[in-house]
Design a protein around this ligand. Structure first.
Ligand SMILES: NC(=O)c1ccc[n+]([C@@H]2O[C@H](COP(=O)([O-])OP(=O)(O)OC[C@H]3O[C@@H](n4cnc5c(N)ncnc54)[C@H](OP(=O)(O)O)[C@@H]3O)[C@@H](O)[C@H]2O)c1
Length: 325
């Protein structure tokens, strides 16, 4: 596995990470045994940038990842997040210094480590000025509990304000072939500040990898059932884009997942995607994604122009948590 630097002067990580969310929630049923094997295989392949969050499975995901990396902690660049409430606290956001401190302590415990390599604020809390949240994260760095600070789904103005308090190492936002909004805001802002960019859902939540996402094939509780892009006429239109991309992938001897990841990797040297899976087979396939030539990039642009993605990426309640600056 090649490596990349998170931002211009940031830490060196595997050029592709592993998103661990689906091991605990969101897409399909849990399989802890297969998930543990996937985590071990990731480290064997040099996919050492692991992404989790306290809210994934309400702590289950951090505990799973923490247990799987015991004895191999030194190989891992471990990223987790705080700020989305769960459990008894109900649904909501909290970026207050008191909450961040308490969440960090709980994450360290579940992860079985004494330091988090990259600690993100999962969403900006509208009730707390970002300077206060960034200040709390900076204090955790001073105390040696956190090595690097990140933000997720923030607007460029928020990134700049936080970066003035403490250097931000990475911003994590949704970015993929079928969701390119970051190109008009946060991605150029990261480049300007020398901040790394970590695309989440680079496989379009499985859609761009060819996973069957018709409502009759998804298990009850699968989050995609509630996302506009996976519904009705939007889905019908998006299927046409997927078919066009699958044809391009087949023409270069790649799988659709590999084409989607190669496209993200082609967007810049400080861009480090974190495709998610709980299966060894998918992990191995994804890790083998290779570089894209100019002809393939042009073919992808043409396919997107002919079949523009249809529908919002989030439902209105999830959209309300996205920072607009
Ligand atoms: N900061 C945030 O707000 C935020 C939001 C969402 C996600 N994330 C992070 O980003 C990571 C990745 O995003 P994501 O999981 O939402 O979406 P994703 O990486 O775009 O897609 C994951 C889905 O694709 C499937 N898949 C993976 N590789 C495949 C392959 N080669 N062939 C067919 N299907 C394949 C997975 O199936 P299986 O699960 O069955 O293996 C899973 O259902 C997450 O794990 C999480 O760590 C962060």
């Amino acid at each position: 596995m090649r490596t990349r630097s998170l931002g211009t002067k940031g830490p060196v990580v595997s050029a592709m990470g592993l998103g661990c969310m689906s091991m605990s929630q969101a897409y399909g049923t849990r399989n802890d045994d297969e998930s543990r094997k996937t985590l071990q295989r990731a480290l064997d392949l040099g996919v050492t940038f692991l992404d989790t969050a306290d809210v994934y499975g309400e702590g289950h995901n951090e505990s799973l990842v923490g247990a799987a990396i015991q004895g191999r902690r030194g190989e891992v660049f471990l990223a987790t997040k705080c700020g989305i409430l769960f459990g008894e606290r109900g649904r909501g956001l909290d970026g207050s210094p008191a909450y961040i401190r308490q969440a960090c302590e709980a994450s360290l415990k579940r992860l079985g480590t004494d330091v988090i390599d990259l600690y993100y604020l999962h969403r900006k809390d509208p009730k707390t000025p970002i300077e206060e949240s960034a200040g709390a994260l900076a204090t955790l760095v001073k105390e040696g509990k956190v090595r690097h600070v990140g933000l997720s789904e923030v607007a460029p103005a928020t990134l700049k304000r936080a970066h003035a308090v403490h250097p931000i190492t990475a911003v994590q936002s949704e970015y993929s072939l079928w969701y390119r909004e970051p190109e008009h805001g946060i991605l150029p802002a990261c480049r300007e500040l020398g901040v790394g960019f970590v695309p989440f859902s680079p496989l379009g939540r499985g859609f761009l990898a060819g996973a069957s996402v018709r409502s009759d094939t998804l298990a009850e509780g699968d989050m995609r059932l509630g996302l506009p892009r996976f519904q009705g006429e939007n889905l019908d239109r998006n299927e046409r884009l997927r078919e066009a991309l699958a044809e391009i992938a087949a023409g270069r001897g790649q799988t659709p997942a590999q084409l989607a990841l190669a496209w993200v990797l082609a967007q810049g040297e400080t861009v480090v995607p974190i495709p998610g899976t709980k299966r060894v087979r998918y992990l191995e396939e994804n890790a083998a994604a290779s570089a894209l030539d100019a002809r393939t990039l042009a073919a992808i642009e043409a396919a997107l122009a002919a079949n523009p993605p249809s529908g919002e990426r989030y439902s209105p309640d999830m959209m309300a948590w996205v920072d607009r600056g």
